[in-house]
Structures are given as C-alpha cells and as structure tokens.
Design a protein around this ligand. Sequence first.
Ligand SMILES: *[C@@H]1O[C@H](CO)[C@@H](O)[C@H](O)[C@H]1NC(C)=O
Ligand SMILES: *[C@@H]1O[C@H](CO)[C@@H](O)[C@H](O)[C@H]1NC(C)=O
Length: 229
Amino acid sequence: MRFVASFVAISVLLGTIAATAIPPRPDHRQAVIDADYSLASTIRDTLVANDVIGDVLDDFEPTYYLDINYPKSHETVLLGNDIPVEAVSKRPVFTFHSLERSSITTKNSTFTLVLTDPDAKSRDHPIWSEMCHWIVTNLTTPIPEPPTHLPKAKQAELEEYLPPSPPPKTGSHRYVFVLLEGDTSNLKAPSDRKHWGYEKPRHGVRDWAEENDLTVVGANFFFAQNEKQ
Ligand SMILES: *[C@@H]1O[C@H](CO)[C@@H](O)[C@H](O)[C@H]1NC(C)=O
Ligand SMILES: *[C@@H]1O[C@H](CO)[C@@H](O)[C@H](O)[C@H]1NC(C)=O
C-alpha cells in the first residue's frame, strides 16, 4: 500500500516555513513554531506509512526539513511524490533547516546527505538493496539562521551522484534522501554501492550511519519507475 502525504498539506506547511524568513510579528511566532512541530510529525508519519522508517531507517524524530530540488526539470522532492526518471538525471540542489523549537542555537554541527534506493532491484525483490546513489559530506548550517545552505556539492562528494535508473518492469522505487549529523572529518565512502558494501540485502545507510557514529536527523523521498512496466 502507498501513502502520499497530501500535497496541499505539505504546501501549506512549507508556505508557513517560507514565512519564517520574513521577520515575524511577535504574535506570529507561536504559529510558526507549531507549524514546524506539525511538519515534523507529518514527515515522520509519512516515512512510517511508506516503510521508509522500517525498511531503511530506525524510528527517529525529524529535527530538520530537507528541501531538495532538481533545478533543470523544476521537480521538488515532496515526501513521496512521483518524479519521472528523466527529471532526476542531474544532481539536485538542496537546503535544510531546523524544525526544533529552540533553533536559535550556535550548534557546531556537520552533516552528510545521502541518497539510497531500498527497492533495488524491485520493492518485492530487494536483492541489490540498498543501492547507494550519492553521498555528499562536510555540510554545515550557517550561523546565525536563517539556515539556507547550498553546498559545494562536487568538492565534498564521497560518492558521486548516480542518477536513479530503475530497471524495466520493477515497479516504483523509493528514492530516499537522508540527512545525517555527526563528525564528518574521517568519513570514507562505502566499499561498494550495492548493499553499501555490506554484502547483504537490506543493508545500507542504517549500517553506515551506525558504523560512523552519525545520527539521522531528517529524510525526504520520491518515487520513480521505468516507463516500461
Ligand atoms: C567548531 O568546530 C571547529 C572544528 O571542530 C572548531 O575549530 C571551532 O572552534 C568550533 N566552533 C565553535 C563555535 O564551537
Ligand atoms: C571533509 O573535511 C575534512 C577536513 O575537516 C577533509 O579532511 C575531508 O577530505 C573532507 N571530505 C571530503 C569528502 O571532501
């Protein structure tokens, strides 16, 4: 079964977040904080409903929203929307921002963004899963807020962007972006893209994050499938 978070609900929440960039009136602040809190639960609920929490990640409280766009094709990753394969052939751009109530921190964190396919070769037969599609590291949140971030993507790529290319007749694949927080200074790429080098189906970013002491703080995903089904 497939659940897609209501596009309208997400757009409304994102609209509210966009509003945080405008200096808020004092009585506006609480509404913004509540919207962020409710976006965090929408993200988590959608990840659970689509077994991203379960198949890919352990349960977690999202503390960052990941905004990911493919500029050439004007596609945005929206918690389980369908995106045509040809629209994701080039690296996306992204930003992330804190959903925490006390986000005016001077936290000195570094982040890593990954893209993984838990449905290789198909969701029913994930014999190649997970497939590692991208790892970009040494990301930081600008201090002070607002935290919009455009990484020097190419320079910090541990694993080059491998465009999603689901094989014919393998149904819809979930392509999952995960934001990890933790020390990135000694990170190494996995030994292989397939199974992230762990040599067994269903192994991937969860193992890699644990091995490298990284914490999951955000996730977003889309569906893509081969035109031939
Ligand atoms: C942030 O971390 C870097 C490297 O670990 C360190 O040099 C710097 O002093 C830290 N800054 C703050 C504000 O803690
Ligand atoms: C990340 O930064 C560290 C220095 O803090 C550097 O040694 C390392 O090569 C960088 N990683 C990548 C993939 O650029």
